[in-house]
Design a protein around this ligand. Structure first.
Ligand SMILES: [Zn+2]
Length: 231
């Protein structure tokens, strides 16, 4: 968790030894100031959001694209009491409320479904999936797969293109194709919108296994989409 409330201000830790309380669970938070990573807060007795994952510069960079009051918003399911922190929540409490989840590490399909069910209850939900080569070589597979020329398709004025996943395992791309929310990929700062099940149905040809459709957009267009600012 990168932000906490200290004396009425929401901010990252600025010095070793700082302590404050988590506004979501009341637990004690201590400052962690690693030499090789970003400053963050750690729950002394375990994070109240069991989905919380280690964060790095990629998460920080994206959170900083949004106003501080939209970053790391604790949400609670009134029926079950379950709590999770949305990475970004814009336009909270309005019909345009949008949750953005920043996904750097790989997650299973069950985890993806659970998060979509939780955040999707009262929000539009966006994923931003970081494509890189840390654990699997998805970065290489993705870049080899990019082909906007061979099979272009226009949907609602947006330019999609159908392409084939180049990696041996199609699991990664198939999992994200089956998402119920909106999935965006960030590959070296380039943003791509992935056609999910609903969008794929509107393409002229059904997608075979390993095939997927993307629409390229700028970082600015992406941020505006999360904020629901009409172009
Ligand atoms: Zn907490």
């Amino acid at each position: 968790m990168l932000y906490a409330w200290v004396d009425g201000a929401k901010r990252p830790p600025i010095a070793k030894g700082e302590r404050t309380a988590c506004r979501d669970c009341g637990g004690i938070l201590t400052a962690v100031m690693p030499v090789e990573n970003i400053a963050h807060w750690r729950h002394k007795a375990g994070d109240c959001d069991r989905w919380s994952e280690p964060e790095g510069p990629w998460h920080l960079g994206w959170k900083e694209q949004f106003e501080i009051e939209c970053r790391e918003i604790g949400l609670i399911d009134a029926a079950t009491g379950e709590r999770h922190r949305a990475d970004v929540l814009c336009q909270a409490g309005t019909p345009h409320a949008t949750v953005l989840e920043l996904q750097h590490s790989s997650i299973s399909e069950d985890e993806r479904n659970a998060r979509e069910a939780f955040y999707g209850q009262q929000h539009r939900m966006f994923w931003l999936v970081h494509i890189h080569n840390e654990n699997a070589f998805h970065g290489y597979s993705f870049k080899f797969s990019l082909d906007f020329r061979s099979r272009p398709h226009t949907i609602d004025g947006k330019n999609f293109a159908i392409m084939r996943w180049h990696g041996r395992s199609k699991q990664f791309i198939e999992k994200w194709k089956r998402a119920h929310s909106h999935v965006f990929f960030d590959c070296e700062g380039h943003i791509f919108y992935l056609a999910n099940q609903a969008v794929s149905k509107r393409l002229n040809s059904p997608l075979k296994r390993g095939e997927f459709a993307l629409c390229h957009l700028s970082r600015d267009e992406f941020v505006r989409a999360v904020k629901w600012i009409d172009a």
